[in-house]
Design a protein around this ligand. Structure first.
Ligand code: FRU
Length: 615
């Protein structure tokens, strides 16, 4: 994937060392005055575009008050380096040209003398530069998944489709690779494969940082901001969580914050507003996660400004652990029937099927005000999961997608260890975009499937393995994975279990690291064992076996697998059973071995493709 950037950046590594040639030493444009054990002024006197802030991840946040011409412009929190610099992050000075900029920095309290405070590594490692480097250089940086250019990312936000472009916003920390300073970053794509990076969309303001939310195109000009204005609702997270409105008149490039904010307040934690225009009732619907109360609140509005609480859904239903977050509500046809059903995504954390974050969903009906959930034949509400891996969270869908598509994307990580995964300059990618559909299971229940978006077929490069028929037994057969692009490929497999009790696919490298998929036709399950997948020791919650139902009556297993350096996305039987899992092999997996146990099985079709990556 080519990371095209509209920000003034050049594409090489964003590391202090690589800046040496480009950057000016601090002494030439940065004046540092220590005022005490935990207070330092950094005065910038330079026409450079960026000040590089040196970060040490394990250290505490410093409070950096940005004072422009004597006025507080903003406050950011940065883990300024104490004993060593892990990497640096750019602070954009370009908008302050011609003004006096002083960073009034408050560091943590744990020094006893000013002399000690002066020894912090950060003070001698500020750099000034006109260009910054954001190359796709890290070993575990995906080749074809969306990632931020640098810094921490969590939930996808505010996605809408307009004029041929898929807009994707995301929870972003521009000042480090851990969660902090929540801001809406922005990327867009015309093909869901190549992403163009845009300048920051929404920054923290006096009401707090910018948490998750959604956008939609106001085709009716219901809000009065203009026909086809993009309206966005998000949570402002300060001392409390309140709901804010913003709008864009330039296709999502810049947003104006509505002066009447907040437009919804609650007396306890509520966040992640998700909006859509209901063309049947001619009003807006907004679903809000009442996080600690484990329910979703449903509001309506004629204009996105005045909201009326209509109902709540969820108390006592489904998985109730952790907090309820990031809702989404939409209607879809049920395949093979003439009925339509409403789907309510309810991301929860912790309490996912294998610990930590997970996506539960409810199927039911929606009359414009109230969501009524389907029950099983005993009158119970079954708990349903969209993805049985550990690393798909906060999934929400694009509004206004073409052809009635329900295209969604998740954050490919888990709150249990997202901040500890072995990457540095950036943290976290999105999942591949997926099409959501509904099907009826053998038990009569309606379930949601998710399949890779059709645009992803364009990623297919060389067909490196093409097997039409091959019998498999306990000794197994080994197939090479494409060597080009280092650990990225797509695999399609149709395998008939025959008399086998189980089938396994072992992805391995010559270090003995492996990820193992095991199909049990009798149980109708597929498991994913990543306990020996590579680097696993950064968190006790990372080594794990995840298991998905296959919904195929124990018949042929149809698999579609995407590998992208540090992730494996497994779609079984047209997305009915899905597992998204991160893996960190120290060198890429080079082979896939297929074994059967308790009888022979038959590969009916195996195709392995390399991936086309625009360079
Ligand atoms: C989900 C979440 C949201 C919140 C955001 C903050 O991952 O906790 O509920 O808006 O992340 O970054």
């Amino acid at each position: 994937m080519k990371l095209k950037s509209q920000i003034a950046v050049s594409l090489t590594a964003l590391q202090l060392s690589s800046f040496a040639a480009l950057s000016v030493n601090a002494a030439d444009g940065v004046k540092i005055e220590h005022l005490g054990t935990n207070n330092t002024l950094v005065r910038i006197n330079s026409p450079a575009n960026y000040l590089l802030l040196p970060v040490q991840e394990a250290y505490d946040d410093a409070t950096v008050n940005v004072v422009v011409d004597g006025k507080l412009d903003k406050t950011i929190y940065v883990r300024l380096a104490k004993s060593k610099v892990d990497y640096s992050v750019p602070f954009d000075l370009s908008k302050y040209k011609g003004h006096d900029v002083v960073l009034n920095i408050v560091t943590s309290q744990n020094r006893s003398t000013v002399r000690e405070a002066k020894e912090d590594a950060c003070w001698s490692n500020f750099r000034l530069t006109d260009t910054i480097n954001v190359a796709n250089y890290e070993k575990y940086r995906p080749a074809y998944h969306h990632t931020p250019l640098y810094g921490w990312m969590n939930d996808p936000n505010g996605m809408f489709y307009k004029d041929g472009e898929w807009h994707l916003y995301y929870q972003w920390n521009p000042y480090g690779s851990k969660w902090q300073n929540m801001t809406w970053g922005h990327s867009s794509s015309t093909d869901l494969v190549n992403w163009q990076h845009h300048p920051t969309a929404i920054e923290p303001n006096g009401f707090g940082t910018v948490f998750s939310g959604s956008s939609a195109v106001d085709t009716e000009n219901s809000a009065g901001f203009g026909t086809d204005a993009v309206v966005a609702m998000y949570t402002s997270a300060g001392a409390s969580q309140i709901q804010s409105l913003a709008y864009s008149l330039d296709n999502g490039e810049t947003f104006t914050i509505y002066p009447g904010n907040p437009v919804i307040t609650q007396e306890s934690e509520a966040r992640d507003p998700n909006i859509f225009w209901n063309s049947e009732t001619n009003h807006w619907t907004l679903i809000l996660a009442h996080a600690l109360d484990h329910e979703m609140l449903i509001f309506t509005s004629p204009d996105t400004k005045e909201w009326t609480l209509q109902s709540s859904f969820g108390k006592g239903l489904g998985a109730q652990d952790g907090v309820w977050e990031c809702p989404d509500l939409f209607e879809l046809p049920v395949e093979g029937t003439d009925i339509k059903k409403w789907v309510l995504f309810c991301n929860i954390n912790p309490g996912g099927p294998f610990g930590g974050s997970g996506i539960q969903y409810f199927i039911g009906d929606f009359d414009g005000k109230t969501f009524t959930v389907d029950t099983d034949s005993n009158g119970n509400v079954p708990t349903k999961w969209l993805d049985y891996g550990k690393d798909n969270y906060a999934i929400v869908s694009w509004s206004d997608a073409p052809d009635n598509r329900r295209t969604a994307i998740g954050w490919m990580s888990n709150w249990q260890y997202a901040a500890e995964v072995p990457t540095k300059q950036f943290r976290s990618a999105n999942t591949l975009p997926r099409e959501i559909s509904l099907f009826k299971g053998a038990d009569g229940q309606i379930y949601a499937a998710s399949t890779p978006s059709p645009e992803l077929n364009a990623l297919r490069g060389k067909l490196t393995t093409n097997v039409k028929s091959s019998s498999i037994n306990a000794r197994g057969k080994t197939f090479a994975l494409p060597a080009e692009n280092d650990g990225v490929c797509e695999i399609l497999l149709d395998i008939e279990p025959g008399k086998a009790n189980s089938l396994s696919l072992t992805f391995s490298n010559d270090k003995g690291e492996k990820s193992v998929l095991t199909y049990s036709p009798n149980n109708e399950t597929l498991s994913f064992d990543r306990r020996e997948s590579g680097i696993v020791d950064f968190s006790q919650d990372f080594p794990a076996i995840t298991v998905t139902p296959t919904f195929n009556g124990g018949e042929n297993l149809l698999l579609r697998i995407y590998i992208d350096r540090a992730s494996m996305e497994v779609f079984a039987n047209d997305g009915k059973g899905v597992m998204t899992n991160l893996v960190f092999p120290t060198t890429p997996y080079t082979s896939m071995t297929v074994n059967s146990d308790g009888g022979s099985a038959k590969i009916k079709n195996l195709k392995i493709y390399s991936i086309n990556i625009e360079k």
